[in-house]
Design a protein around this ligand. Sequence first.
Ligand SMILES: [Zn+2]
Length: 401
Amino acid sequence: MASLYHRARVMTCAGTGVDPLGMIADGAVLCEAGRVVWVGPDEDADAACRALDVVAEERIDLGGRLLTPGLVDCHTHAVFAGDRSAEFALRARGASYLEIAAAGGGIAATLVPTRAASDADLQRLTVDRLVAARATGTTTIEVKSGYDLTVAGELRLLRVIARAGAQAGVNVVPTLLCHVIPPERKADRDVYVRELAGVLVPTVAADGLASAVDIYCDEGAFTRDESELVLRAARDAGLGVKAHVGQFSDQGAAELCAALGALSVDHLEQVSDAAIAALAAAGTVAVMLPGACVQLRLPPPPVEKLRAAGIPLAVASDLNPGSSYSSSLPLQMWMATTHFSMSVEEAWLGVTRVAARALGLSDRGLLAPGARADLVAWNAEHPAAIPYQYGANLVDRVIVA
Ligand SMILES: [Zn+2]
């Protein structure tokens, strides 16, 4: 069945030059079999149906609402159990992330309840978070493993992620995350890192459990050389590579990621000018995570330098139990425009087309023939209204495929 969404202010996110959002004031989008087949002015819709030999059995009048691609969240840690609200309260009183981690909090505090949770409980918790993300406009969401850290446990998390996505009615992109060295493996960390590169990564690739491998290269996590061993194994196995880079300190991982042709480098609060040049040459996306940055009271990344170098900027929620417990991309757009010096247009492209690119996907994050029919209608007319009315949920309806 074909559906025509019409009488809409269409944002294609496929524009250029002075109109990067590709706005169509009185627009329509024709969808069939889960794909967009035509986008254009409302007055041309009937002629387009005839030319394409498509009968629009369903016509949805959007009453002048803004109609955009479904949002793409390209960086989340949505599969976990346990509660760390006490850490939030400590930080609100001034304790730092690294102080809390050193006192037994942080990522290690999520390992124990996640390892103990049943598959069914983990899936239920994850589905709840995916449903909440969808309610604020997200139709594709990357979800990283990383809160078990044993080989068998990480494989289990990736399987839970795939099942949760199917149940929640959103498109899920599972990523293997090598997060930190688990406490019980600190004494033989070299052996652990070789297990990741030699066993876990090849198994994930062989079983088709993830399309990319991410590694947290920072103080308290993996070193640059350890990251290189794991990411080279990922690339050799045919998987995409990405990394958490420079959240607290610059370990040189951005240059490594550029050399490996990474899809994205994420965080980038600390990054050198040489690394920025290398990332620009490699075409790697920089993923901005303003929620975590603001909550941890870190200095923002050098957005002006990244922009000047021509590096594509994505914006993601970093949904996780420690530093950013939110699945709302509209809220991230507000922080991107108020705290990260990004324009409204950059923020929108950052949660749509550029976010899709950070996942290696070209069939979403824009409205154009052939793209997935993932759409969001908003109770708003102007793109700026979404970050402007921060905290409000302006979603009218979400359409997935
Ligand atoms: Zn993260």
